[in-house]
Design a protein around this ligand. Structure first.
Ligand SMILES: Cc1ncc(COP(=O)(O)O)c(C=O)c1O
Length: 484
């Protein structure tokens, strides 16, 4: 059993991406009908999509925009966030969550994560709140809801707004309440890889009339209320710009996808959940691997399947593991590279890797495996087989390296001792030293020789002969694997 990276046969012939949108004929037909209708930008289908989304979540307002990033930006703006303010979020997220804070001139304050769900660790929240904190942005990582009761309790005590980043969490439920109904505002993503896919798109949900109105106005250049109706055939030519807004509106082409994706949301969730259960069953047996953690009384929306592998123990670089997985024709990704180690945030705030140690340590272990509704039974098995093949390969490699190490060490120390025994200096020392003193000198020389042996071994590992040694190791690994 040779791994594909070393020239072996890959687990499958065709590359399996880590995500592929599940688009059916219904979506395709709907897009075509929109294209033929003569109305392709914000219009009646966008309105229908908003209404349907609002009903699905069970919230008073749903405002469609062209990305979750735009949604987050608009919500922060609606809260009046400005230069001098502080906004708390997690470093374990995509850049969009924090970039919008920075764009408004406010300060990003990171709260480290818990090592179970990889969500914001609420026990660390109160300590980082100051008089300047205006908003908390919890991120429901991979689709697991954050501890919203605690976050809302802390926020309300301090008069702080909560804007949920639910980019991963469209179907998620927290203690019987749908995500999208808890915080002051919630932002969803309909990006190409998301559970509800429109290619690009986002939504803000809120029960607050004033926030909803502000967001609607600012999402379309700051045009006065109901000006979006000018995008209908019967709309008036007249509008007023009442503030300096953005161009964040959603289109009817995207809504054509969204309407059907919403219809299929729960079915697609069921399909992903079946895959998750199979992965969990398969990977739970490995001591070196941690499957996703799920708290009680929540519904996980399973946007991602983040597997954590103790690469340090596996004595393998994550990059090498992902390269090896790709060579087996299995796609994988990493969620997330923590924001505090990104050059912009590191330089601006003087962070080190250890500024948020949990986020950093968990990042080092994470790989995201393929998870999308159209995966076949064969696809799922191939992912399991490929990960299994690599785990076995790298675990066997550790054992073989240890064996080779010991063999090399023994050979060299025997040789070194032979040299000592045969060398004339020893006879000379013996001839004029008392026996006790001679033993001491010999012991010391032996120790020096061992140091030399260890030195040469580490040098040997670093020089170009490492390639030769690697080849030897790989051959040994294959021999051991074939024997078992
Ligand atoms: C946690 C999180 N927040 C926000 C975003 C931004 O979403 P969008 O691409 O819709 O702007 C993403 C995108 O991947 C995300 O993962």
């Amino acid at each position: 059993m040779k791994i594909a990276l070393n020239g072996g046969e890959p687990v499958r012939q065709k590359f399996l991406p880590f995500n592929r949108p599940s688009i059916g004929n219904e979506e395709i037909e709907e897009v075509i009908s929109t294209l033929k209708s003569g109305w392709i930008t914000t219009g009646s289908k966008t309105k229908r999509f908003e209404n349907k989304f609002q009903e699905t979540i069970g919230v008073k307002h749903a405002i469609a925009v062209n990305s979750c990033t735009a949604a987050l930006h608009l919500c922060l703006e609606a809260c009046g966030v400005k230069s001098g303010d502080e906004v708390i979020t997690t470093p374990y997220t995509f850049a969009a969550t924090a970039n919008v804070i920075e764009q408004l001139g406010a300060k990003t304050v990171f709260c480290d994560i818990e090592n179970t769900t990889l969500n914001m660790d609420v026990s660390k929240l109160e300590n980082i709140i100051t008089d300047k904190t205006r908003v908390i942005i919890p991120v429901h990582f991979a689709g697991h809801p954050c501890d919203m009761d605690k976050i809302m309790e802390i926020a309300s005590k301090k008069n702080i707004y909560v804007i949920e980043d639910a980019a991963h969490a469209t179907e998620a439920v927290y203690k019987g309440r749908k995500i999208g109904t808890i915080g002051h505002m919630t932002c969803f993503s309909f990006y190409a890889t998301k559970n509800l896919c429109c290619g690009e798109g986002g939504m803000v949900t809120t029960d607050d009339d004033e926030f909803a109105e502000r967001i609607r106005i600012m999402s379309l250049h700051g045009m006065s209320k109901d000006a979006w109706k000018r995008y209908e055939n019967s709309g008036s030519w007249y509008y007023e710009i009442i503030d300096c807004g953005f161009k964040y509106n959603f289109t009817d082409i995207s809504a054509s996808l969204g309407l059907w994706q919403l219809e299929k949301l729960e079915d697609n969730w069921e399909k992903r959940y079946e895959i998750v259960k199979k992965y969990n069953n398969f990977f739970e047996k490995y001591e070196i691997v941690t499957t996703p953690f799920v708290k009680e009384n929540i519904k996980h929306s399973w946007h991602l399947y983040p597997l954590r592998i103790n690469f340090e123990k596996l004595e393998c670089d994550r990059k090498e593991f992902i390269n090896a997985l790709n060579a087996e024709n299995i796609g994988a990704s990493v969620h997330f590279i923590p924001l505090h180690i990104m050059p912009y945030y590191r330089n601006k705030y003087g962070f080190t890797n250890q500024s948020f140690p949990v986020a950093y340590e968990e990042y080092l272990k994470e790989i995201t495996l393929p998870l999308f509704p159209d995966m076949t039974e064969n696809d799922i098995n191939d992912v399991c087989l490929a990960v299994d093949k690599l785990l076995k390969f790298f675990m066997t490699k550790i054992a073989v390296i240890k064996k080779i190490d010991n063999r090399e060490l023994n050979l060299r120390s025997i040789k070194a001792n032979q040299y000592l025994n045969e060398h004339e200096i020893m006879t000379k020392i013996k001839s004029y030293q008392a026996p006790a003193e001679f033993s001491r000198i010999r012991e010391e020389l032996e120790r020096k020789v061992m140091e030399f042996v260890l030195d040469t071994i580490s040098i040997y590992y670093e020089d170009e002969s490492w390639d030769y040694l690697k080849e030897k190791i790989n051959n040994e690994v294959e021999k051991v694997l074939n024997e078992n």
